[in-house]
Design a binder for this molecule. Structure first.
Ligand code: GDP
Length: 316
């Protein structure tokens, strides 16, 4: 172990998001003190607020789950927000972490920041080897800058600042808003609404042929804590399930879980995005970590959560 969490103060930035929330839950069994701060306490886009917060909170470690995130359409139509917000958030937090002598810092990238046509499965060293996918290049540029910033503080100041690269995530607490969500919550919601309303079909975006890899947010949180404790290296580490399926197969699986038996229709005016982004997760596997939640079980759990907790499920 390179970093013992026992009795440490750990700030989970972005604790209200899906990954941040899962990380807070996962840290409860680590004997550390978890620090959180909502938007009303600190606006992460404002440098002075982040500096003041960290001076006061004095964490020993930070897991940076705070980010402006969204699905393919949100990325494509709100490029300024995805680039500006993410650059500001990560620059403010990393610099203030160094200034306040934070010992360990874990940054989160995303599989969508690899080149559009990276060879599959995508290994860590594919980063910056080719052009990006145009629908999310704004987010990608910001996240690549964050990985580089963590590396720069390691190189210049010897900081133990590391990065994880999670694949497409899903789970309880996800965003189910159809204009800004990722595909998994969108399909769960669409199938649920179609079933309740007795509709004959649901519409998915694009051809259904792109392949995506999915990992449950609780598995991701477990991997993040594992890396925080055990990894201290310059290169980011892929966090994935090791398996991918087509969007059509995913839709069929979700419809089966939801018990919606209608037809699947394709809206070809919407983009497909990257054809495939299966990550090579061997680096993390060889360190001794593996995911625990099978895709179907994870979808069942997420659907139950959606029905019980999401305001969208109550308004059908
Ligand atoms: P991406 O992984 O960055 O492309 O982000 P998404 O999760 O938003 O989209 C993944 C794939 O699912 C893309 O090919 C989308 O076109 C497709 N997709 C199909 N239906 C939907 C939908 O209702 N919402 C979203 N966000 N994507 C959809």
């Amino acid at each position: 172990m390179t970093f013992d969490l026992n009795r440490k103060r750990v700030w989970v930035a972005g604790h209200r998001g899906m990954v941040g929330g899962a990380t807070v839950r996962r840290l409860k069994s680590e004997g550390c003190e978890v620090i959180t701060a909502g938007r009303e306490t600190v606006d992460l886009k404002r440098q002075a607020e982040v500096e003041a917060f960290l001076r006061d909170a004095r964490p020993d470690a930070i897991i940076m789950a705070a980010a402006k995130v969204g699905g393919i359409l949100a990325n494509d139509t709100r490029p300024a927000e995805f680039l500006y917000d993410n650059i500001m958030i990560e620059a403010n937090i990393i610099a203030a972490a160094h200034d306040n002598d934070v010992q360990k810092f874990l940054f989160l990238g995303s599989s969508c920041i690899y080149p559009k046509f990276a060879s599959q499965p995508i290994s860590e060293d594919s980063l910056l080897t080719g052009p990006l996918e145009p629908t999310n290049e704004w987010y990608a540029i910001a996240k690549i800058a964050g990985i580089k910033l963590a590396q720069a503080y390691r190189k210049q100041y010897g900081r133990d600042y590391i990065s994880a690269m999670p694949t497409n995530l899903y789970g309880p607490g996800d965003n189910f808003d159809l204009r800004s969500s990722h595909v998994m919550p969108a399909i769960i919601r669409k199938a649920h609404e179609a079933k309740i309303q007795g509709a004959k079909n649901i519409t998915v975006w694009g051809t259904g042929q792109p392949r995506r890899e999915f990992l449950h947010a609780d598995d991701c949180a477990d991997a993040l804590v594992f890396l925080l404790k055990n990894y201290s290296g310059d290169e980011h580490v892929n966090v994935g399930s090791g398996e991918d399926i087509t969007i059509l197969e995913l839709t069929q699986l979700v419809c089966d879980v939801v018990e919606f038996r209608g037809e699947i229709i394709h809206d070809l005016t919407k983009p497909d995005g990257t054809p495939r982004k299966l990550m090579d997760a061997n680096k993390l596997r060889s360190m001794g970590w593996a995911p625990a939640i099978a895709l179907r079980n994870g979808i069942e759990e997420t659907y139950s959560w959606f029905k019980e907790n999401s305001p969208e499920a109550q308004t059908v």
